[in-house]
Design a protein around this ligand. Structure first.
Ligand code: AMP
Length: 429
């Protein structure tokens, strides 16, 4: 037996339906906000993500899947979506459209060579948005509210945004220095990762899972005390606009989001009673420039679909997911089977969800299968009836049975099968 590779998952059955539903909601909300769908390659040139061994200005700090292709090119499976979108923006000269900001969203698989654990995979899926070409706090607020509203549309009423500001370069430089001064006497006591962070990226010490529990962390400098006037003004506007958009948020100075390219707004999308972030993002005004494009202020976020789907299922959120079929067509002999083939095609093309028998099982087994699919109606074909132009229909809930003229079947279903096709997740269990 060949097993799936470590850190990957099969998404199937009911979970797969939830997954598809979530994607439909994302597509439909994005349409309302006028964000265009973008599909960039799953593999990119390695240099898009990594600038060289041990370089802290890497676009990602993730362990990636890197390989040489047969043409000796260095290739990396994308670990996140932003870099590819930014590359595409520059390569396709999207900045030349006089139509800024460009507002796009993506949805796809990402690859990270991480230690797999519950909710953490090597192949993961994210949907995300990027807005390129505006430095108005209005767009930061819109992007955050978009993430919040998608959760709301999915029925996650208790999502909350953890919001922070990293300010501009001056504010961040001052804060970085303050952190170094503060942690210097504790350097020996910090974990190995933080010892490295101390010199390379001290902001990341703040969100360290290990060290942040230590006593002296309580009095560590707070970024918000280091924002200069301009940065503070920007942050206040984001908050003001978020209030207008009725987004529930808390200011959380522990959100630093690690990467060098973030400035001003950073945020994570959380569920109130849970520590797990569904996603996160922020403003990155220098990345386009760093990757060779014109200076372009940007903001975006990514949400993990695996975690989003898992949260909906764990919380037993009612979702309008169709899981039953409208009609199951049953037959025994070859003539009836031919009619079943014709009829299933005709009904499906008329918009009904139809299942039938494919392995010549007994009628008894076919009844069982129809129940398995929670079929609303059973169409029981019988040669004698068919010769007279009749067809037997049984309502599988009321068990009422009637014979109707075959040509009336679609009218009959039009009348009887309504939008109550939709059942909820909770009732499915
Ligand atoms: P990041 O791109 O690291 O900021 O992650 C954004 C979101 O993607 C997280 O909040 C998770 O929901 C999801 N995510 C990140 N890494 C993984 C992973 N290895 N497996 C599953 N989901 C992930």
């Amino acid at each position: 037996m060949i097993n799936k590779p470590k850190g990957t998952i099969d998404i199937r059955d009911y979970e797969a339906r939830v997954w598809k539903y979530v994607e439909e909601v994302i597509d439909s909300v994005m349409e309302k906000y006028n964000y265009n769908y973008i599909r960039t390659p799953i593999f990119e040139s390695t240099e898009l993500f990594h600038r060289g061994i041990g370089n802290t200005t890497d676009i990602v700090t993730k362990e990636t899947y890197d390989f040489k292709d047969r043409g000796d090119r260095n290739i990396t499976l994308r670990p996140e979506g932003t870099a590819g979108v930014v590359r595409s923006y520059i390569e396709n000269k999207m900045y030349g459209t006089h139509n800024l900001p460009v507002k796009v969203y993506y949805n796809g698989t990402m690859y990270r060579y991480e230690r797999p654990q519950a909710g953490r995979y090597r192949e993961l899926s994210q949907y995300g948005v990027e807005v390129l070409g505006s430095n108005d706090p209005m767009i930061d607020a819109e992007v955050i509210s978009l993430a919040y509203n998608i959760n709301k549309m999915l029925g996650l009423k208790d999502s909350i945004i953890h919001l922070n500001s990293l300010g501009d370069k001056e504010s961040r430089d001052n804060y970085r220095q303050a952190l170094k001064d503060y942690f210097k006497p504790h350097l020996d006591d910090l974990c190995d990762d933080c010892k490295e962070r101390f010199s390379k990226n001290p902001l990341r010490i703040i969100d360290c899972k290990i060290d942040s529990k230590k006593d002296y962390f309580k009095d560590a400098p707070n970024i918000l005390d280091y924002l200069n006037e301009a940065s503070k003004g920007y942050f206040d506007k984001v908050c003001e606009y978020l209030d207008l958009l009725e987004v529930k948020y808390v200011i959380d100075p522990k959100i630093v989001r690690g990467l060098d390219y973030y400035n001003h707004t950073v945020f994570e999308i959380m569920i109130e009673d849970n520590n797990l972030a569904l996603g996160g993002g922020g403003r990155y005004d220098n990345l386009v420039n760093e990757l060779g494009g014109p200076k372009t202020p940007c903001v975006g976020y990514a949400v993990g679909l695996d975690r989003l789907v898992m949260t909906l299922i764990n919380k037993k959120i009612k979702l309008p997911i169709k899981y039953n079929v409208d009609a199951f067509i049953m037959y025994v002999n070859e003539d009836e089977k031919k009619y079943a083939i014709y009829l299933s095609n005709m009904l499906r093309m008329s918009g009904f969800v139809v299942e039938t028998e494919y392995t010549n099982r007994s009628l008894k087994s076919q009844f069982k299968r129809a129940d398995y699919f929670k079929s609303k109606y059973l169409i029981i074909l019988n040669s004698e009836d068919l010769n007279e132009g009749l067809i037997t229909i049984k309502n599988n809930e009321t068990k009422e049975e009637e014979k109707i003229m075959t040509e009336y079947l679609t009218y009959y279903f039009d009348e009887h099968i309504e939008d109550d096709k939709y059942e909820c997740l909770e009732e499915q269990e």
